[in-house]
Design a protein. Sequence first.
Length: 183
Amino acid sequence: MICWFPMTELQQVLVVLDVETTGLKPEDGHEIIEVAAQKIQGREVISEYISLVATNRIIDAATEKVHGISNALLAVEGRPGSEVFPELVKFIGQAPIVGHNINFDLGFINAHLKRLGMPLLQNQPVDTLSQARRYLLMPSYSLEKVAAYLKVPQPLAHRAKADVETTREVFWKLIERAKNGKT
């Protein structure tokens, strides 16, 4: 179940997460090629985890155009998923996970964990997409559109760390709107 936090729980540690992938469906063999996560408490970033993930899958030109991650970059800087995903799980711990369309990210992560024979993440998801739909009246709810609507600065879109930073700020803007009853 995707939850939304009451204001009294906002001082607990949360993890804001984003992944970049080779496509949209892990069941079709698409894979995570970049992951970023920030541990936050209140508005403070406590720590972060960022890694490119090596893949044997060829990244097509259209996908590379979206996030700028190439096969050449992954060949040099990508790390094996067998290293990245255990580190990521340890980093996340039991914290609730915040993301924009978080079920997409968790679906990919859990597909990788399953392939590695690891337990699936059971953390409480907090979805900024569903909350944007609840509190904002817009024609599109992509992270970029929601951020622009809320006047959140957007660094390099479609890279995991930049999207985590944008999602984190969108999260706080949506919390403020919920608190003030604004739409």
